[in-house]
Design a binder for this molecule. Structure first.
Ligand code: ZN
Length: 174
């Protein structure tokens, strides 16, 4: 059990490529436990390994956000791949643990299917709508060194960048 420090924008480590996990070892399971602890401590809906400075292709999504009805352990996605995206999109407010306090609309597919391995190394597919799809897509982007700032309209991106600069000046952004 360990909460790890979260890497915040504009740290260049958020832009590094991640590497596929060749085997789900005890070390990987420990990283996933730490990711769950870090996500809960920060009140996040999802977290990617790159956000704690680990470069394995892994992310977690909160159990309820992943479509579960009850609070359970987060769903772990190892070596995630998007296998299908709906042509229908929706624009909704999105946040990111690497951009604390920033919530801005981002347009994404309404529905997505993501294939990944679980903690036993077994492949599974999750077919999600709305928030489930949004969260899976946001976290898959992190695994490719993409942050939600890149997905915003040019106007929204400028507004967010300005807001971050103000927070940095006020010493409220580390
Ligand atoms: Zn994020």
């Amino acid at each position: 059990m360990a909460v790890r420090p979260i890497v915040k924008h504009p740290d260049p480590r958020l832009r590094l490529p991640t590497v596929a996990v060749s085997a789900v070892t005890d070390e990987i399971r420990k990283l996933c436990e730490d990711l769950a602890d870090t996500m809960f401590a920060a009140n996040g809906a999802g977290i990617a390994a790159i956000q704690v400075g680990s470069y394995e292709k892994i992310f977690l999504v909160d159990a309820v956000v992943a479509g579960g009805r009850e609070e359970g352990p987060p769903v772990v996605f190892i070596n995630p791949e998007i296998t299908w995206l709906s042509p229908e999109t929706e624009s909704k407010d999105e946040g990111c643990l690497s951009f604390p306090g920033i919530f801005t609309p981002v347009e994404r597919s309404l529905r997505a299917i993501v294939r990944a391995q679980d903690l036993k190394g077994e492949w599974f597919e999750l077919d999600g709508m709305e928030l489930t799809a949004r969260c899976m897509l946001h976290e898959t982007d992190h695994c490719d060194g993409i942050v939600f700032l890149d997905k915003m309209s040019a106007l929204k991106r400028e507004i967010v960048k300005r807001k971050i600069k103000k927070l940095q000046k006020a010493g409220k952004w580390d």
